[in-house]
Design a protein around this ligand. Structure first.
Ligand code: AR6
Length: 177
């Protein structure tokens, strides 16, 4: 049997350097920028990104919006708003899953073939990464099964520790179906 490359790739690095059809931004409901990965993406893309975001009038938690990538190597940015972790009894897990699904709806609609995600909600929004990783990986696997156009999904983890958590979650979930 020939070994094919897994379309799901985990890597450590800075998402602003990734040349994919789209990179995903962990934004807030204003879509007007912030700290963390959001700040890094806006800085690297340049002020045209904020100019395109402003008339979008924000984005509710769990939804997503698409813009150009401007000075980024990525063609598009898909902005999604993750839930703030409030202890786990406020629908946070479902809202996080919804973020991934909303991103993939845009990926499908725009015929994108490669997309790179940061670990949504696990920074300033304090979602425990050990709980977020299996949700992210489950939704990514499900999209890869559903969307034949989708060739590669990369999760770009900012630290080696975060990469280890995702690797363990991937191993625990087993091989792709
Ligand atoms: N590349 C990849 N991952 C990164 C990068 C980067 N350049 N920078 C940070 N991370 P966060 P959230 C990781 O806080 O929790 C913003 O202010 C980071 O280590 O960026 O969804 C928004 O405006 C962490 O693992 O996003 C919102 O107000 C992950 O990205 C709020 O933060 C997410 O951390 C959103 O909080």
């Amino acid at each position: 049997m020939t070994q094919t490359r897994d379309p799901l790739v985990l890597t450590q690095g800075n998402i602003v350097r990734v040349a994919a059809d789209a990179i995903v931004n962990a934004a807030n409901t204003s879509l007007l920028g912030g700290g963390g990965v959001d700040g890094a993406i806006h800085r690297a893309a340049g002020p045209e990104l904020l100019a395109e975001c402003r008339p979008l009038n924000g984005c509710p938690t769990g939804e997503a919006r698409i813009t150009g990538g401007y000075k980024l190597p990525a063609r598009h940015v898909i902005h999604t708003v993750g839930p703030v972790w409030q202890g786990g009894h406020k629908g946070e897990r479902e809202l996080l899953a919804r973020c991934y699904r909303s991103v993939f709806e845009l990926v499908e609609r725009h015929g994108l073939r490669s997309v790179a995600f940061p670990s949504i909600s696990t920074g300033a929004y304090r979602f425990p990464i050990s709980e977020a990783a299996p949700i992210a990986l489950r939704e990514i696997r499900s999209a890869l099964v559903r969307l034949p156009q989708l060739e590669q999904v990369t999760v770009v983890l900012f630290s080696e520790e975060d990469l280890s958590v995702y690797r363990e979650a991937l191993a625990a979930a087993g091989a792709p179906a």
